[in-house]
Design a protein around this ligand. Structure first.
Ligand SMILES: Cc1ncc(COP(=O)(O)O)c(C=O)c1O
Length: 400
């Protein structure tokens, strides 16, 4: 599929602002969706709208939607179907799960978080640790490496460490973390690894078996779907835990981890979003790995163009990794002259959608020596963006 065909599947990309086509560089805040996703949400609401469980056709259709999306997600993440549960979003899932996991911690234990993470993978653990009298250790962002290194995380792990909570890639500067290496090092030492896959999911294959993590969260609205949170929990580990649940809710895996009524229309949309991703893979034998091979192929020239043009730009500072390796196509930068807010507004007025601020990665903004109230300008490239869109961004920045 060529990028023009892909773009044709995303109706939002045709939007005009001031007579020119809008440019969506806001992917890390939430990607756009193919029409098939919106149709699936709407069809579910209009034709199969029922709660989970009743003995009539729409109820059975709802059950089928949930079963089908679990089956597809098991392929997407390379895990078992009963290892996938759903919730409102990543933040809510992490808060709820932190409650159950922290019941296994004792005074004198410790947990490791990283200052590069989105706060949704920090504060739930900090609060749980406070409640249980457990120490929190913070892995530092290495400015030279542009990331949190494996060595830095492992330096903090000892025989009282119960958890490492770490992201696969930063939603602010785009840098990857060597999560697979961390999992391999701590395996068998009683340390659980909880991975934030939210920013990684639209760009790279996430194979939880290959990673070797215990838990992983992601959010469908970041990878071309609607607002649904997803939690992977390794079966044998989940069965050791007591979920926080109400009495009539099912005790069976994975339903015992799902609080209240799920967003079934959203799950129908997620199912269509996974079909879209599947359709991008050229080698169906390779499954979703082929999807992400193609996505990386589409993203690579965008990253190269961005970096090439950035090097020519005067009075701007790029934060994080300066090259194209070890990163997602997400860039954070500041101007030495203009505030991120003013820049974002001026670009927004021209139909170029970029975010400004801290993106909830507040500790990383501190580590970069920036002000939380100002933050950065963030440009997030997606596989549906084009080199000419990147050029228009830089033409505008040069003119501002
Ligand atoms: C890396 C990362 N983690 C976690 C979150 C929180 O996700 P949610 O909005 O699903 O709670 C975000 C949202 O921006 C994110 O980018």
């Amino acid at each position: 599929m060529r990028v023009d065909d892909i773009r044709g599947m995303f109706p939002a990309l045709a939007r005009q602002v001031g007579g020119r086509q809008a440019i969506y560089f806001d992917g890390p805040g939430g990607s756009q969706v193919p029409r098939s996703v919106a149709d699936a949400v709407s069809n579910h609401l209009l034709e199969s709208n029922a709660n989970y469980g009743p003995n009539f056709i729409t109820g059975r259709e709802t059950i089928a939607v949930v079963q089908e999306v679990r089956r597809k997600l098991a392929k997407f993440l390379n895990c078992g179907e009963t290892e996938v549960s759903f919730g409102q979003n990543m933040t809510s899932l992490t808060f709820a799960f932190s409650r159950a996991l922290s019941m296994t911690w004792q005074v004198g234990d410790n947990v490791v978080v990283s200052e590069m993470d989105h706060d949704a993978n920090i504060t739930p653990w900090v609060l749980a640790a406070r409640d249980r009298g457990v120490e929190v250790r913070v892995a530092r962002y290495d400015r030279e490496a542009g990331t949190v290194t494996k060595d830095e995380v492992l330096r903090l792990v000892d025989d009282r460490t119960k958890l490492v909570a770490i992201t696969l890639s930063s939603n602010l500067v785009g840098s990857h973390v060597e999560v697979g290496g961390i999992c391999r090092e701590v395996r068998g030492r009683g340390v659980r690894v909880f991975v934030d896959g939210v920013h990684h999911a639209p760009h790279e294959r996430i194979d939880v078996k290959d990673l070797g993590c215990d838990f992983l969260v992601c959010s469908a609205y970041k990878f071309f779907g609607p607002h649904v949170g997803i939690l992977f929990g390794r079966g044998e580990v989940m069965r050791e835990l007591n979920p926080y649940k109400i009495i009539p809710a099912s005790d069976a895996e994975p339903h015992c981890w799902e609080t209240g009524t799920q967003n079934f229309a959203g799950l129908a949309g997620l199912s269509a979003g996974l079909d879209y991703l599947w359709s991008l893979g050229r080698d169906k034998e390779a499954g979703f790995s082929a999807t992400f091979d193609y996505i990386r192929e589409l993203e690579a020239p965008l990253v190269d163009r961005f970096l090439e043009r950035f090097r020519e730009l005067k009075n701007y500072v790029l934060h994080g990794i300066a090259g194209s390796e070890g990163r997602s196509p997400t860039f954070a930068f500041t101007s030495q002259i203009e505030s991120p807010e003013r820049l974002a507004k001026r670009l927004g007025d021209q139909g170029v959608f970029v975010w400004n601020g801290h993106m909830y990665a507040v500790r990383l903004v501190d580590a970069l020596g920036l002000k939380r109230e100002e933050g950065v300008l963030r440009v997030g490239l997606m596989h549906y963006n084009t080199v000419s869109e990147v050029d228009r961004l830089f033409d505008l920045l040069e003119g501002l």
